[in-house]
Write a protein that binds this ligand. Sequence first.
Ligand code: MG
Length: 170
Amino acid sequence: MAISAKMAKAFNDQINAEFYSAYLYLAMSCQADDLQLKGVANWFYIQYQEEIAHGMGLLNYLQERGGRVILGAIEAPRTEWTDVVAMYEQTCEHEAYVTSLINNLKSLADSEKDYAASHFLDWYVKEQVEEEATAAELLGEFKMAKDNPSATLLLTRELGTRVFNAPVIG
Ligand code: MG
């Protein structure tokens, strides 16, 4: 069964939100790189790659369901933060916001009786739990390390080891 026009519109909006997330984390990665915090830059760059994968997962699903992908303008992200703590604060806020968007999309799928889409979106619901938990953990750690160069160095070195594993969505 082809996806409804209403659901297709909602999927297109979420594709845009995921690509915006990618752009936001790429901006954080670039500022971290500028500050010579290469590990933090690496972590946010992988976050950027993950967000692209989230967007592509929705895009591929929409196509599979016979929906038309409409790519809209991606809003310019903020480009400067006072420090890494501020970056992770915004990451936490942003991921909580994305969770609300995913929940709304899941609710719409349920109310439209689009059980296939609802089931597909469960992956995103679970992913958001992990995204929020990871961001909160790193915010806590960078707050703890604030004003302590050796702790900050240790953390950024650790984040430098993160590698991108393409998520298997759906
Ligand atoms: Mg995402």
